[in-house]
Design a binder for this molecule. Structure first.
Ligand SMILES: [Zn+2]
Length: 460
């Protein structure tokens, strides 16, 4: 009751802080005999809304089998050139606001919560706990949820981390090496580190033959829950340097449909003969869908949407892999009003027109290419210059990973594990495991029938 445990603060005598990673975590014991008091619920709500408002990363809370509710607010605070130790007050200020910090740690949490406040200062120099030669291992990351006006609540069936708040969640970023929303390693010696830090520390272990060529992990992986229509949009290819801000690239993407609702539709590609003039006219008239090729998707369909292809989605849950880029030009938004702002969202019609591939045909689901049927069914879904995607289905052990190259596993159904250096790395539905190049080919052992996607990077 009312225990406050403090994890040790990491400090350095010489290094300057890059940013604070502040984790305020609490365990609220939920039981029938002793329901949470209103104060506890309020504290929990506060931690969750801070988490939502300030771009917290990782799942905000998780219910364990023991009936405990674990919440976790993790906030990255840029350091304004400050030197010196990070205190618990800094942690509270970042996690709970300045008034809470002024009141002190003891008053922050109700007596029925056992609270751990951990403060970690990340340093430019390596923290002592991670030696230069700390070996990499199969990495799991905390999902990062994103509010989107077109989103829904269906990702809760896919990921074990509970969805935040009550609003529409459109995206769960599964693996992201982007500064605005960096993925954090979920367990092991690198727990809490961003993928960028892992790459900076151990480029050769992570990327193998590709090290030295890539300064960031080149793929962005997401689950999307598109309940309403996604805006009609296009992404530029790498060739349109003038349209791509620094730190971004062109963007080709591919989807695997996981769920299709009654209104499900995928729009990809223009109808033959569509001209820029006709498309502009259709945007003004609100008849853009008549210019787009479309089909009713089924679960299991995969679609490759190269840069320059006009596209939109409706009433589907998909897995998405894309080049690590955030450049989107909206052509049309179906008249949607963003309830958060009460405004329509901005369009970038001129830029979109510039990078549309006018020779595009109607895009249909890919025909999977069967590579083997034993011991498991292995189908190549997508091969393009930015990524390869294979689907593996079955229940006998099979090989994942490649020597000298990283790969990423995404579990769509079932469960299993990958064995590496004497440790089992388990996964189940919705989990993502990044196999660093140093891990090499491994046996993957399903428990029952699994369906996995394996993503790899082209050599050249
Ligand atoms: Zn897109």
């Amino acid at each position: 009751m009312g225990n406050t445990t403090r994890s040790p603060t990491e400090q350095t005598s010489a290094g300057s802080y890059v940013y604070f990673n502040v984790v305020v975590a609490g365990v609220l014991v939920m039981s029938d005999e002793k329901p949470l008091g209103s104060e506890a619920l309020q504290q929990r709500q506060m931690a969750l809304s801070r988490w939502e408002n300030e771009g917290g990363s990782g799942p905000p809370e998780k219910t364990t089998s023991a009936g405990k509710l674990v919440f976790n607010a993790s906030i990255l605070t840029p350091n304004a050139g400050r030197r010196g130790p990070v205190t618990e007050r800094d942690a509270l200020r970042a996690a709970c606001g300045s008034s809470a910090a002024a009141a002190g740690a003891g008053s922050q949490f109700p007596p029925e919560a056992r609270v751990t406040t951990g403060v970690t200062a990340r340093l430019k120099t390596d923290p002592a706990c991670l030696r230069k030669d700390t070996p990499l291992y199969p990495l799991r990351f905390e999902p990062i949820y994103q509010y989107r006006l077109w989103g829904g609540r269906r990702l809760k069936d896919l990921l074990s981390a509970p969805l935040p708040g009550r609003g529409p969640v459109g995206e769960a970023w599964l693996l992201s090496d982007r500064d605005d929303h960096p993925s954090l390693v979920a367990d092991g010696p690198f727990k809490g580190q961003t993928i960028a830090r892992v790459l900076e520390r151990s480029p050769e272990q992570l990327l193998g033959q590709l090290h030295g060529r890539l300064s960031r992990f080149p793929l962005l992986l997401k689950f999307l829950d598109v309940r309403k229509s996604l805006s009609v949009q296009v992404h530029p290819s790498d060739a349109y340097e003038d349209l791509i801000p620094p730190g971004n690239s062109g963007k080709s993407e591919a989807w695997v449909v996981l769920e299709a609702g009654p209104e499900a539709r995928i729009y990809a590609g223009l109808k033959p003969g569509t001209t820029a003039e006709a498309l502009r006219q259709a945007i003004m008239n609100g008849t853009v869908d008549r210019q787009l090729a479309s089909f009713a998707p089924q679960p299991g369909d995969s679609v490759l949407v190269r840069a320059g292809i006009v596209h939109s989605l409706r009433d589907v849950v998909v897995f998405e892999v894309q080049q690590n880029s955030d450049v989107t030009f909206r052509l049309y938004d179906w008249g949607n009003i963003d309830p958060e702002t009460g405004q329509v969202r901005s369009l970038q019609v001129d830029k979109a027109m510039e990078c549309i591939d006018w020779g595009q045909a109607a895009i249909n689901p890919v025909a999977p290419l069967v590579q083997e049927t034993r011991p498991v069914l292995r189908e190549s879904l997508v091969q393009c210059e930015h990524f390869d995607m294979t689907r593996i289905s079955g229940q006998l052990p099979f090989v994942v990973g490649a020597s000298g190259m990283p790969s990423v596993l995404v579990c769509l159904a079932g469960e299993g594990h990958v064995q590496y250096a004497g440790t089992r790395y388990t996964f189940d539905k919705g989990d993502v495991l990044l196999l660093p190049a140093v891990v090499g080919p491994r046996s993957c052992e399903p428990r029952g029938v699994v369906s996995l996607l394996e993503l790899s990077l082209p050599h050249a």
